[in-house]
Ligand binder design. Structure first.
Ligand code: ZN
Length: 410
């Protein structure tokens, strides 16, 4: 296993040291965000194998000196389409038949690597069939990438009757899905009205729960979102134009809200000519342009209600590998406090994935998913663009720390 990791990393020619050492790894730091809103100062994080074993200011020896940097748990993107990409020659989204399965797999590996070195050690993808092998290859250490949870496929109003939807859920779970994804409403490019019936939504979410899985619900408008909340589904994705009534209901039920008002819409508009077909037309782009201020307003009303907000980007082609830009939009445009944005992307996101006792926090017993930024995001949120150290499960995949930390100490 160790040999595989060294080999992969060496062929990618990145500055990485996956050390074959059996003793503890000691990470020295002067500023550590714990992922729950707290900050530890002048301490060491002690890692044994894949786990954090101690936080110990008196720990002997230093394996990685991250003083001068800001250390925090690896980020979690709760909504990223990790296999989506632009074609490397045309620069546009590929149409069916434009690429071979082998080429699609290589793009997926590229995205996974870029996502990981961008600071994201876990992503939830909702989802594509290719996610499954990507997830398993990464988990086994064959290719570098974030931990992946995937829905493999998604349910829409056209999936069928409630019984057919239940069968679809059971099949997805049998095929290895970690989560169920459903489209309760249309796309933002089509107005976001409710598409699935209340019965269809109930069938999807209750069957997911019967199989021990969560159900994440694409809902742009308030009608579809309300139906999903009342059906007991787990999260509302996007929620571009939720009403106060729906937000109040989410607050009451402590339902996870995964808004994606920043990177997603800006990325589409900035790369307008590269997306084509279907609802990527003038009307669709007009809906997205209008959706930016609406999404910001909804986000602010959600913040005021203490709804548990997670950190999904809905990354597609052009956004994978830049998932961290959502932090900048949230803080700059959405008015979220930087620490709250980081907590959303760490402990709250982990809880929403039912992994709250394993990832998203720097404390003994948690996975050693540890990153560092050059600069403190509390003072300058754009520091999230400068991730210089990435450890996932105790293995280091990126380490530019020495140069960055000596610069910061000057
Ligand atoms: Zn999506």
């Amino acid at each position: 296993m160790k040999f595989t990791a060294v080999f992969v990393v060496a062929t990618l020619a990145v500055p990485v040291a996956v050390l074959a050492q059996d003793g503890p790894v000691v990470i020295r730091a002067d500023t550590v965000f714990d992922g729950r809103g707290g900050t530890l100062t002048n301490t060491s994080i002690v890692v044994q194998g894949s786990q954090i074993t101690r936080i110990d200011p008196a720990a002997q020896g230093v394996t990685y000196d991250l003083r001068g940097l800001t250390v925090m748990p690896g980020w979690i993107d709760t909504h990223a389409h990790i296999v989506q990409h632009f074609d490397r020659t045309t620069g546009k989204t590929p149409r069916r038949g434009d690429e071979t399965p082998q080429q699609a797999a290589l793009y997926a590996v590229e995205n996974a690597y870029m996502t990981l070195v961008g600071g994201f050690t876990t992503v939830q993808s909702p989802g594509a069939e290719l996610d499954k092998d990507l997830r398993d290859w990464i988990a086994d250490g064959h290719v570098p990438g974030p931990r992946i949870l995937t829905s493999l496929r998604a349910i829409t109003d056209r999936t069928g009757t409630p019984d057919e939807i239940r069968a679809f859920v059971r099949q997805a779970v049998a095929d290895g899905a970690d989560v169920i994804k459903l489209f309760a409403t249309s796309s933002i490019r089509e107005g976001g009205g409710q598409t699935m019936t209340d019965e269809q939504i109930r069938a999807a979410c209750s069957e997911a729960h019967a199989a021990g899985k969560r159900a994440m619900v694409h809902a742009q408008g308030p009608e579809g979102a309300k139906a999903a909340i009342l059906a007991g589904c787990n999260s509302i994705e996007h929620g571009n134009r939720l009403t106060d009534e729906v937000l109040d209901l989410m607050a009451q039920r402590k339902m996870y809200f995964d808004p994606n008002f920043g990177l997603l819409l800006h990325n589409y508009l900035e790369n307008r000519d590269r997306f084509s077909g279907g609802n990527f037309n003038d009307a669709g782009f007009a809906f997205m342009e209008k959706g930016i201020p609406i999404g910001i307003d909804t986000f602010k009303r959600a913040l005021a209600r203490n709804i548990p907000i997670v950190f999904g980007t809905d990354a597609v082609a052009g956004a994978n590998g830049r998932n961290y830009e959502e932090f900048v939009y949230r803080v700059r445009d959405g008015g979220q406090k930087p620490m709250a944005a980081i907590v959303a992307a760490t402990s709250t996101a982990a809880q929403s994935l039912d992994l709250g006792d394993k990832i998203g926090t720097i404390a003994p017993g948690f996975q050693a998913d540890i990153i560092a930024t050059d600069g403190n995001p509390l003072q300058d949120i754009t520091a999230v663009r400068r991730v210089v150290f990435v450890m996932k499960g105790g293995k280091v995949f990126k380490n530019l720390a020495t140069a960055a930390s000596s610069r910061a100490k000057k």
